[in-house]
Write a protein that binds this ligand. Structure first.
Ligand SMILES: [Ca+2]
Ligand SMILES: [Ca+2]
Length: 485
């Protein structure tokens, strides 16, 4: 969950690396996976009998989506090519509204071990998890460990579980011990609270969950998080932390502290600025150049947008520009080392400004325009190409030195695995362009290669190699991937 700007404090200064604890022989891994992010209330309504209080004309009300609908749409998610589904929280929520907003988003829990009636029942969750497993999709559950909902009964029933004004006033780290956006803040120094939260993780593991996405970790006590992560790791559960605005340094620090992954917000900002905003590609190169700092670069979560930031396609004046640049952004994302995460609707360039406009209802095939279908097909094609290539899925990534005069418009890197090598080329210029670059200046060696098309279907991009030169013909504002022999 995103903190309110008012309460956004400076990123806590980086602390030194913690001594590493004993690790299981094989760490949980999502390398090679592609995660599809769903907000169930805004995805698909599969059961109209649970639609109490639903008002689809109000962006701050419940909209009726549920676990039955998500289960029904698993074939759609599999057709896109995703291999895992991350749902925003589905726990039982506070029933009252706060700030004129219903708890449709799931971040205002009242009971962590039950499903909100708007989403269905615990049995419906079991049905969903079973269907996902059958469809070959891993289940990533959004887990809240920082707070209860404002109006949750537990707040009055168990006051000793929460940090109050005194704890906040004397806090060494106000991010951790003061309420996030005023939410009742769990005190993880209390052994009962710790045990309760650890057992929540065990409970959901028992319901068929493969991975946890931990919300708002910047606001949670570190010793508790490390205990939680060690248990998850021992149980084979992959962990993905949300540290709002994390850069490579923050991701590296938390991977050392026990998370398998964090979202790389700095890459999201750079891609948005360069691909959607029309700026140079230097900002993306700067983020990628720090990849060597990551203990596990193949696990880092990469995304164009999510439910907490304006939609990727929102940055354009015209809808067709947003669609073209989303196609570019999705193709670019699928060239990168890490775990791509696609937020529902980004595969059709759905638009929307800040919360709650970025949570518009998902629209499916029978409602799409031909242009939206085109974006979906590009996304599907790029995902298929990534999955078909070991190099693109899990290969090492090496940034190539682009000549300074070209670095705004051209980003080049290789992905290599088991003797397979792929050259990724992002082209930020408006018009089609042919680049001829000396292999030696790029630090590459490659044999002569006649015209090779991009691995991405439906894209007119070409590569050839002759006489020590690499030639690339690239359409404007697009990303391509070529087999490089
Ligand atoms: Ca419903
Ligand atoms: Ca806290």
């Amino acid at each position: 969950m995103r903190p309110l700007p008012l309460l956004t404090l400076l990123l806590a200064s980086a602390t030194s690396a913690q001594p590493s604890s004993p690790q299981p022989a094989t760490l949980p891994s999502f390398e090679g996976q592609i995660i599809y992010q769903v907000m169930p209330d805004r995805f698909f309504d599969g059961d109209q009998t649970n639609n109490a209080g639903v008002d689809r004309s109000d962006p701050r009300a419940w909209h009726g989506g549920d676990l039955a609908g998500l289960t029904q749409k698993l074939p759609y998610i599999a057709k896109l090519g995703a291999t895992a589904v991350w749902m925003t929280p589905i726990y039982r929520q506070q029933t009252a509204n706060s700030f004129g907003t219903a708890a449709y988003h799931g971040y205002w829990p009242a009971d962590f071990r039950d499903v909100d009636p708007h989403f269905g029942t615990l049995a419906d969750f079991g049905t969903f998890a079973g269907a996902a497993r059958t469809a070959g999709l891993r289940v990533v559950m959004d887990q809240v460990v920082n707070h209860y909902g404002y109006e949750a009964a537990a707040v009055k029933e168990r006051p000793g579980w929460f940090n109050g004004p005194a704890e906040c006033a004397s806090a060494a780290n106000r991010d951790v011990d003061c309420p996030l956006s005023g939410l009742p803040d769990l005190n993880q120094s209390n052994p009962e609270v710790r045990r309760f939260l650890l057992e929540n993780a065990d409970f959901w593991r028992g319901q068929g969950v493969n991975a946890f996405r931990y919300d708002a970790i910047k606001h949670v006590e570190r010793p508790f998080l490390q205990e939680l992560l060690a248990r998850d790791r021992a149980a084979g559960t992959w962990t993905l932390g949300e540290w709002y605005d994390a850069d490579t340094g923050a991701v590296a620090e938390w991977q050392r502290a026990g998370f398998d992954s964090l979202f790389l917000f700095s890459l999201q900002a750079a891609v948005k600025q360069s691909v959607m905003g029309g700026g140079g590609l230097g900002g993306v190169a700067a983020v990628l150049s720090r990849q060597g700092e990551l203990p596990r670069p193949g696990e880092v979560a990469l995304f164009l947008d999510n439910h907490d930031v304006p939609r990727f396609a929102q940055g354009s004046l015209f809808e067709d520009e947003g669609q073209a640049r989303t196609r570019y952004g999705l193709r670019a994302l699928m060239t990168l080392r890490g775990v791509p995460v696609v937020w529902q609707g980004t595969e059709i360039a759905l638009r929307g400004g800040p919360d709650p406009d970025n949570r518009r209802d998902m629209r499916f095939e029978d409602q799409w325009t031909p242009a939206e279908r085109g974006v979906f097909e590009a996304a599907q094609g790029a995902i298929a190409a990534r999955k078909a290539s070991r190099a693109l899925s899990v290969g090492a990534q090496t940034l190539l030195p682009t000549p300074a005069r070209l670095e705004d418009d051209l980003l080049l890197f290789t992905r290599e695995e088991g003797g397979e090598r792929v050259l990724a080329a992002w082209h930020g210029g408006k018009a089609r362009r042919t680049y001829s670059l000396r292999l030696s200046a790029l630090g590459l060696s490659a044999g002569a290669q006649t015209v090779t098309p991009s691995l991405y279907a439906g894209q007119d991009a070409k590569l050839s190699v002759s006489g020590g030169w690499l030639h690339l013909s690239l359409p404007g504002k697009d990303a391509a991937a070529f087999t490089l022999k």
